[in-house]
Design a protein around this ligand. Structure first.
Ligand code: HXC
Length: 513
């Protein structure tokens, strides 16, 4: 028996070493943790149970029979985070550069299948050179098996991808179909083809960092949702993200214990400037509404004219979509529409109520926007709100102009409660633009056209630059004082807790992609 136990022990020890100490040292030298170390930092102490530690690849070409590593380049299993079950796979760069073989893919698929059957999140810690080149189509098939499962799991269990090394080729498409992507500054890259291929095909000279580093994907492409300073920080961010999210699409939103107290927030009354053209920071409004330090921003550096993220309100998770007057006056454009639409759809998948804070002067005009399909992309946000069945509340803090009024979770597209501050201006457009159009002849024929324009602007503003026309129609349920916003929202979300919406049966809608 002892002999047999020893065989098992030595196999598990061999598996734990992955591609060997030399390659582990090389990984550490790059400032990266190994797959097992990452799992250790991610999960609650001592909870990891490994599955498939003894799996080996089946490739016999190119002398591969002689190169066997137990576990085949991916550590898979389950454990808990904050006491809740999660399924994890962590690619091991020390084994063939974390490249994906047929059996490596099978291990990942097994984990994903278990996660879906048991209704718990899947976390992928990616560090991979893509398809294992020695395996050819077997590897490509393995990728496709994962992609297919990513799609079947989408909206059923949360899927989170951390990119922790150079991820090329197929290694980026599975993360792209998951709900959230995180990257680490300076050590993670994502590209379909690397700088060498780029140079060959397009003659562009570009570094890995410029082409697909964390900063590039956080600010230019929007591919990544969160950026971490290092591997440990990345694991911490995954844990924080999961703390806001239910385990699966039928689970309830997490709720921390909370006792209602004095929920008035006087500071909210001092944020909106006297001059309607002056910007202010919508994140101050968010901070004044949500539980202290609970706002967790997503895609912070991308399309900064809209702010998205999770927070807690009286202990309960909510998703926030807010126009940001500090950036491009908070306009809706191609990137901000796409950013917000995907977030709204995520929250709707997982029963996370939505709060919209609105101060939007409209859609951004111009050829750049039109040629980049602001029509289709703006429609994504309209579609996302319209189809969402979670509790949805809007607070208009200032401008709600034009089509953007409709799009930003208006009553007409199914919002449950629409509040406005007394500073709200709900109109087709700003007073100046409106006056220039509807009083054009009168202004042109006036003795002093500039003075006439000002007079007409004032007239239009007096009529429409307020929330009362909309309140009179019931499009706004209540005009509220800023200081009572938090209190009103806590009560309204509690009132909506058991909201049920039944939609007509259909296969699926056709979101304007
Ligand atoms: C097999 C691989 C590998 C791969 C790396 N290795 N990538 N083995 N298949 N795809 C091995 C190396 O041989 C090496 O083995 C070890 O991993 C570390 O690789 P290095 O090159 O020494 O490391 P580094 O300098 O850090 O460069 C990492 C890298 C580079 C940027 C990932 O290795 C690279 O460019 N790899 C190829 C990327 C690629 O083109 N993949 C295929 C994409 S096509 P030893 O034994 O020396 O430790 C694809 C199709 C799927 O994925 C499409 C689906 C839609």
């Amino acid at each position: 028996m002892d002999h047999k136990l020893n065989i098992l022990q030595s196999k598990l020890a061999e598996s734990a070493l992955g591609g060997g100490q030399k390659r582990i040292d090389a990984q550490h030298k790059k400032g990266k943790l190994t797959a097992r170390e990452r799992v250790h930092f991610l999960l609650d102490e001592g909870t990891f149970e490994e599955i498939g530690a003894l799996v080996t690849h089946r490739c016999t070409d190119f002398g591969m029979s002689e190169q066997q590593f137990l576990g085949d380049g991916v550590v898979t299993g389950y454990g808990t985070i904050g006491g809740r079950i999660v399924y994890v796979f962590a690619q091991d760069f020390t084994v063939f550069g974390g490249s994906l073989s047929e059996t490596h893919a099978e291990k990942i698929c097994k984990i994903m299948d278990l996660a879906v059957k048991n209704g718990a999140p899947v976390i992928g810690l990616n560090d991979s050179g893509g398809a294992r080149i020695q395996e050819g189509v077997n590897s490509l098939g393995g990728y496709a098996d994962i992609f297919y499962r990513n799609v079947q799991a989408s909206g059923v269990v949360p899927q989170i991808s951390a990119i922790l090394g150079p991820c090329a080729g197929g290694a980026v498409y599975s993360p792209a179909m998951t709900d959230f992507i995180m990257m680490v500054e300076g050590s993670s890259y994502m590209f379909v083809t690397g700088p060498h291929v780029v140079k060959t095909v397009t003659n562009e000279e570009v570094t890995s960092e410029e082409l697909g580093g964390a900063t590039t994907h956080a600010s230019k492409s929007g591919v990544t949702h969160l950026v971490a300073a290092n591997d440990v920080d990345c694991m911490d961010k995954i844990k924080r993200l999961l703390s806001y999210i239910p385990q699966n699409c039928e689970d309830k939103t997490p709720q921390l214990p909370y006792t209602i107290g004095n929920e008035y927030r006087e500071e909210l009354g001092n944020i909106i400037p006297e001059n309607a053209n002056q910007p202010y920071d919508m994140k101050e409004v968010i901070a004044g509404i949500v539980d202290t330090d609970s706002f967790f921003e997503i895609q912070e550096q991308y399309a900064e004219n809209i702010v998205i993220g999770f927070a807690r309100l009286a202990g309960r998770s909510i998703g926030i979509v807010a126009n940001q007057p500090m950036n491009l006056a908070g306009v809706l454009d191609v990137n901000s529409s796409k950013k917000a639409a995907r977030f709204v759809r995520f929250c709707d998948c997982f029963n996370i109520p939505l709060l919209v804070l609105e101060d939007v002067p409209g859609f951004l005009p111009g050829t750049d926007q039109e040629w980049n399909a602001i029509i289709t992309n703006g429609a994504k946000l309209l579609y996302a709100f319209s189809e969402a069945t979670v509790p949805r509340i809007t607070v208009i803090t200032r401008k709600a102009y034009g089509g953007a009024y409709d799009v930003m979770n208006s009553k007409h597209i199914g919002a449950d409660m629409n509040f406005a501050w007394p500073t709200a201006e709900i109109a087709v457009m700003g007073a100046k633009g409106a006056s220039e159009i509807i009083f054009k002849k009168e202004i042109e024929s006036a003795a002093d056209p500039a003075e006439k324009l000002l007079e007409k602007e004032r007239e239009y503003a007096d009529t429409f630059a307020n929330p009362y026309r909309a309140a009179a129609r019931g499009f706004i349920d209540e005009v509220i004082q800023p200081r009572e916003t938090r209190r009103k929202l806590i009560k309204a979300f509690a009132m909506l807790e058991h909201k049920v919406v039944n939609r007509p049966r259909r296969k699926h809608g056709n979101v304007p992609l």
